[in-house]
Design a protein. Structure first.
Ligand SMILES: [Mg+2]
Length: 407
């Protein structure tokens, strides 16, 4: 069997509709997302599908470039082809998540082909299952939103902040869902959060028994994460922005986190995900793959990986997403009792609905920035936040005073 062509499908992901009962602004999606699906064609008519995230409009170009070293190859030799792609890009330096995303999409599709050739689901080619169902967690910022998810069976809720972590909001969700539901907090690695302030925040969160506190400081400086690690007992999670085993290696080897969060769309592929999990297993670290911005096809790959590793924790999921999530692939995944069933069809068990994907041509892939008044860079404003933002009022940023305390 030979690879004959690689096609790409770039889907513009529209604004997220308000969820029923959502508080004003809660369901707004201000960014601009794309999903990049790929299809590898072969001379025997078997096709494999994959997905790459990271910067999809750029990754699409990278995928077509990598096709130059893949067309004519036998798709059976997945690891060798991955190494060939990796070597082919070395002249461009460390290509990061863009290169990782492109190799991920292609490698995922190669696994899909192998499964279809052998008539087996990918999980059965990876060593078989530890579990038939993968627990998921959702996103909520209010008790009402958390209740919507628990009513669907979710047993894990993440509260995300793009700036200060509001302890009162986290406490309100904890009180609403009780102690039978896991809650997590994601600070998104704010570049202006000093290790000291992150430690203050983490200690304030400790009584709320989080499953983990995610990206408390900017991932660019792992020494900062080490300081946070030493300053709190709260479990930490990180790693969504790195690719390959070399990206995740310091998180694991330095024991910086309790949970690694590689993104199934840009980690480097199914095998890279499994290798990362094995590295983590050796340090008694669990894995909860990131899924914040990637699409519904890579979610299938995550399920196959999660089914086969001993240290799977939970899979992230955006339940109330852009409606196209449930149109551009088939079948669609559903959550029951807080988990998704592992697919059993040969390969990944998912196909692209091309006519639906074609309805949403890509236009952009960079996020909207907050409205500003001409980027005046006034101290204490959002517009000032170029990279470091240190002049915002610290007390307001930390929001750690108990409710009712005089400001
Ligand atoms: Mg995150």
């Amino acid at each position: 069997m030979k690879i004959t062509d690689i096609r790409t499908y770039l889907v513009q992901v529209g604004p997220r509709p308000p969820a029923p009962g959502a508080a004003p602004g809660e369901s707004d999606f201000r960014g601009s997302r794309c999903w990049l699906f790929v299809k590898i064609l072969t001379d025997e008519g078997i096709e494999g599908v994959g997905e790459g995230s990271g910067w999809p409009r750029v990754i699409e170009t990278a995928v077509h470039d990598l096709a130059n070293v893949l067309v004519g190859e036998d798709p059976a030799h997945i690891d060798r082809l991955w190494a060939k792609m990796h070597n082919a890009t070395m002249g461009h330096g460390l290509t990061g998540t863009v290169g990782g995303g492109a190799m991920t999409a292609i490698e995922m599709a190669l696994w899909d082909i192998k499964g279809k050739v052998l008539g087996q689901p990918v999980w059965n080619l990876l060593g078989g299952k530890f579990r038939d169902r993968i627990p998921v967690y959702g996103h909520a910022k209010t008790p009402a939103a958390a209740h919507r998810l628990t009513e669907l069976g979710y047993r894990g809720i993440k509260i995300s902040f793009t700036g200060a972590v509001n302890i009162d909001k986290v406490a309100a969700v904890r009180e609403a869902v009780g102690n039978d539901v896991d809650i997590m907090v994601d600070a998104h690695g704010p570049s202006w959060m000093t290790p000291g302030d992150a430690i203050v925040t983490a200690r304030a969160l400790e009584p709320l028994d989080l499953l983990f506190f995610e990206d408390p400081v900017a991932p660019e400086n792992l020494d900062s994460l080490a300081r946070v690690r030493d300053g709190t007992t709260i479990p930490l999670a990180a790693g969504e922005r790195v690719s390959t085993i070399w990206g995740i290696r310091p998180y694991v080897e330095r024991g910086l986190v309790d949970v690694i969060q590689p993104d199934t769309g840009r980690a480097g592929g199914i095998t890279q995900m499994r290798k990362m999990a094995a590295m983590a297993e050796g340090h008694f670290i669990t894995m909860a793959p990131h899924s914040g911005s990637l699409g519904p096809l890579a979610e299938f790959a995550a399920l196959h990986v999660m089914a086969t590793i001993p240290n799977a924790l939970m899979l992230e999921r955006i339940e109330f997403d852009w409606p196209g999530r449930y149109e551009v692939v088939s079948p669609v995944l559903t959550v029951e009792d807080g988990a998704i069933a592992v697919p059993d069809a040969p390969g990944l068990g998912v196909e692209i609905v091309e006519e639906e994907a074609a309805k949403y041509p890509a236009s952009r892939n960079v996020a909207d920035m907050p409205p500003d008044d001409g980027w005046s860079y006034e101290p204490g404003t959002v517009a000032e936040a170029v990279y470091f933002q240190t002049r915002m009022r610290r007390a307001a940023r930390l929001s750690l005073r108990p409710t009712g305390c005089a400001k």
